[in-house]
Design a protein around this ligand. Sequence first.
Ligand code: PHE
Ligand code: NA
Length: 459
Amino acid sequence: MNGREQWGTRAGFILAAIGSAVGLGNIWRFPYVAYENGGGAFFLPYLFALITAGIPLLIMEFTLGHKYRGSAPLSYARMNRKTEWIGWWQVAISFVIATYYAVIIAWAMSYTYFAFNQRWGEDTGGFLMGEYLQRIDVVSGGAPGDIGALVPGVFIPLVLVWIITLGVLFKGVKRGIEIANRIFIPLLVVMFFLIVIRAITLNGALAGLDAFFKPDWSEIMSPGVWVAAYGQIFFSLSIAFAIMITYSSYLSKKSDITNNAFITGFSNSSFELLAGIGVFAALGFMANASGVAVADVADAGIGLAFVVFPEIINTFPGMNGLFGVLFFGSLVLAGLSSLISIVETFVSGVQDKFKFSRRKAVAIGGGLSALISLLFATQGGLFFLDAADYFINQFGVAFAGLVSVIAVSWFLKKLPELQTHADGVSDFRLGSWWKICLSIITPIVLGFMFIQNLIQNLT
Ligand code: PHE
Ligand code: NA
């Protein structure tokens, strides 16, 4: 236990935690989720979820890692042998996510390169599915579930993504993860600020922002909106993925917990807000240029980033190459710093469990997920990617979060002990709100979400 690696500085840890949190979810998920769920009115459930679940759980996970000084499985095992499986379950979720998260970063890498001369042409949707992804049902008449051939255009950047990620992890916590985030995150912030500034000065930007912020209070009481807010907070803060426990297990004994959690949580949300502004300003420009309503160009996920944005970049008034490179480049940086954290969870878990060296754990754990991810670089890849993503969202995140709060607060009754631990090292003390949020509010809301989800799946 004495030989555990450590962060070099407090800033190093915070940057790594922010690096994990700020990812594809901020840039392509948040703007659309907010827009779809009430626009300006969404901020109410969103902030509620952040304050009552996001930050309290982040504090809980930071405390678990800091107190028990282990990867997620080892920390849960040290708290109580009966809960080790919760850690492994979270590690398993992370493992699945890593396999396809890497693929999307690989696409962003290709598109960074394509952006220089808008290689995607006029028909950006056709280019994505046909020429670039070679989707099997589009180009060679196979069924969506067929694997087909490996797609070299995806395969090559994917190998690059894994070389970078595993290379960073090989170097360890201080000289790998910390240094990578010290470079990636400041660069990402600068690049993203440039994008946002350019976007809000475009013609039509105001109409886009108006569409984004205009509050629609009519749906505020509908459960779906609250489910969306909690789902976004969990995914976005990388909570219940074993990550934050792992990262905080590398803190030195005297490091602050509570303040670091607040800094991480608010930085992530600020970045989300910034992304929402940038994305919707650009969508407003696009709508204006093609004479349609913002609603007609708003899209989510893959469609937003790889179909609509290339179109926007095509229509750009000058320097469109630069704007494209900034946009896709920031997806790559945000994605890589998250991927590093996801893979580190199982590297660390395997290291602790089997007493492997870091290098061996990276080679085995990281190597395995890299190999599996090659499945998504085939002509049938998109089909599997959708399936994996659906599976994770239905059975993973919120449920794993629910189980962990119930185990810690109700079964093991550990909250008072954890609070004492956090208060002992932190810049400021936790009030009773923390225990109330974790033991009452969060289980009720998440339990409700889970039941709601079940009903939806059964009907
Ligand atoms: N928090 C990251 C994002 O917003 C996603 C992520 C989820 C990263 C799970 C790691 C683990 O994109
Ligand atoms: Na995020």
